[in-house]
Design a protein around this ligand. Structure first.
Ligand code: NA7
Length: 542
């Protein structure tokens, strides 16, 4: 029987990959991490457009490992991409992970070898490497989506997707810039571009329901004082439905009177961040009437900042474009004010859709938007895109793209039947898109590490998700989604942003609920996984 080069290969150096690398190395596995990026950081390597910053406040968006947080401090409450990258370097230094990391290396394909129960990976540059376990940790947003707009190939200006911003940067000063898309990335890049562009035109299909960030500078001293609470905060974030410091109230928005309701909305508004989404009334995301109260509060707050009524109706319409929070809210700092500047314009693509791109302009139904830079802030093929691009082939030559032809399926959002010895973290049908990244990465990372220790201790060389267990999980995620308002929006949560992608809720809507099920699975002998014992008692690499 062939012996693999490694016990495990992790693909991806973002939060989930780095955490897994640390845990598995500590548990004594021979593990390697591979990433196409030149530096660790995952999403923070690729999304380095001006203004890119995280939407979770300090200290939620960091590892709970004391040796890491005790030796680090942030300069802002919502840190930007440069600081996040520096943080990843600090993590790799502190945990001494660099020797196990192979950066600037793409995984071109991965093939499961049924005879030997190992994975063979073809790396960019021609190398091959083998592993008992394959652990893709690609994040949910690793495959950018660029809509098919005719004429782009003839465009003479510069263009790029926000997640493929050139590493050397783009100078926005004096440019004529068109930004397509008003998700979190569109809002962030627009706020920054408005400062120095000659003209900035934001092309909006659906208004973003953006929340006030309430950014703050942070001092070392204040952070050191607050660090005494970090262990509690890190412990608590694991018990909440979205991995933050708290979760939704237990009371319905309909059980309290208007004054009380508005007082809570106002409290959330003033505290800033995504709290208006995750610490709101119990039925925000399940009851249309409750949701409408939140929308109306949001709308009135935003409209009060926009002088022109026509513009206000486009950015914060009287009637909600979708229930509040069923598309990802973004955080903003002065997003609604930039439209008062002479150099900034908004184009409503529902009224005037893009017809084509010309050599120096975007042509819409009513005219041309002259531009020398087009920014596609048009999102991602979330959940599946990066995994499909890895060209993963499981049993019987089945490709992952083929396996997901009729929609995403996965047991625990981590394993796909027919793809043995593979577990992905942060994947489809896990809570990833609904959860704070590091919390999710630690919960899944701990579970995967425990599972691998159990496999080693049990002399198991092969596991595969049982079809029935996978089907049960996939249906359960759909049922959980059906109890919410999420299906009412055309969002990436529903797979609705990618033409041809099956409409289904792609994430499980509770991190704490998910952690409880995963624990239960572990306590019951990892039910739902079929396993095969090793014959030579040496299933792992030497
Ligand atoms: P998002 O949130 O998917 O936003 C993409 C934006 O691009 C959104 O406003 C879309 O409008 C717009 N879009 C997509 N396709 C088109 C076409 N064909 N024409 C015009 N506009 C289009 O991506 P982000 O990068 O902003 O954020 C991704 C996640 O990162 C975010 O949710 C956080 O978790 C962090 P639509 O709303 O579909 O009408």
């Amino acid at each position: 029987m062939a012996t693999p080069d490694h016990d495990a290969i992790i693909v991806g150096a973002g939060f989930s990959g780095i955490y897994l690398l640390h845990k598995l190395r500590e548990a004594g596995f021979n593990v390697l991490l591979v990433d196409a990026a030149a530096q660790p950081g995952g999403i923070w390597y690729w999304n380095r457009y001006p203004g890119a910053r995280v939407d979770s406040q300090v200290p939620l968006y960091e590892f709970s490992l004391p040796e890491v947080w005790q030796t680090w401090s942030w300069s802002e409450r919502f840190p930007g991409w440069e600081e996040l990258r520096a943080y990843f370097n600090h993590v790799c230094d502190t945990l001494d992970l660099w020797p196990l990391m192979r950066m600037s290396t793409n995984v071109d394909s991965a093939r499961f070898d049924e005879d030997n129960s190992i994975w063979h990976l073809q790396l960019g540059g021609g190398d091959t490497v083998s592993t008992r376990f394959l652990l893709p940790a690609l994040g949910f947003a690793s495959k950018p989506y660029i809509p098919d707009i005719s004429g782009l190939e003839n465009y003479a200006g510069e263009w790029c997707h926000t997640a493929r911003w050139p590493q050397q940067g783009i100078d926005l000063e004096g440019r004529k810039i068109a930004v397509i898309g008003t998700g979190a990335s569109g809002v962030q890049v627009a706020q920054e571009a408005a400062k120095s562009a000659k003209n900035l035109t934001l092309l909006q299909r659906t208004p973003i329901l953006a929340l006030p960030m309430q950014q703050e500078r942070l001092t070392d001293l204040a952070q050191k004082r607050e660090q005494k609470d970090y262990p509690d905060i890190f412990n608590r974030r694991k018990q909440t439905s979205a991995g933050f410091d708290c979760q939704s109230l237990e009371v319905s928005a309909l059980e309290v009177d208007k004054d009380e309701r508005d007082a809570h909305f106002e409290y959330l508004w003033q505290r800033g961040g995504l709290r208006f989404w995750y610490h709101n009334f119990a039925d925000l995301l399940t009851n249309r009437e409750a949701n409408r109260h939140a929308y109306d509060f949001w709308r009135d707050k935003v409209r009060a900042r926009i002088a022109d009524p026509a513009l206000a109706e486009k950015l914060a319409p009287i009637e909600p474009p979708h229930p509040f929070g069923t598309k990802r809210p973004s955080l903003e700092q002065d997003f609604y004010e930039i439209f008062g500047q002479d150099n900034v314009a908004l184009v409503d693509l529902k009224e005037t859709p893009i017809a084509r791109i010309k050599t120096n302009a975007i042509e819409t139904a009513t005219g041309e938007i002259e531009c020398d830079l087009i920014v596609f802030a048009t999102g991602f093929d979330a959940g599946r895109g990066g995994l499909i691009d890895m060209n993963i082939t499981g049993r019987g030559g089945l490709g992952l793209a083929q396996a997901w032809d009729d929609g995403l399926r996965a047991y625990l959002g981590m394993a796909v039947a027919g793809f043995p010895n593979m577990l992905f973290s942060y994947g489809p049908l896990s809570p990833s898109g609904f959860a704070n990244g590091p919390t999710s990465a630690e919960i899944q990372g701990d579970w995967i590490c425990d599972f691998m220790v159990w496999l080693r201790d049990s002399d198991i060389k092969l596991f595969d998700a049982e079809t029935q267990a996978e089907q049960g999980w996939t249906e359960m995620v759909a049922q959980a989604g059906a109890m919410t308002l999420f299906p009412e929006a055309d969002s990436w949560y529903m797979g609705a942003n990618i033409p041809g992608k099956k409409r289904q809720l792609i994430n499980f809507p509770s991190l704490s609920g998910y952690a409880a099920v995963c624990d239960d699975v572990a306590q019951n002998g990892y039910r739902g996984f079929a396993t095969v014992k090793s014959t030579n008692k040496e299933p792992f690499a030497q």
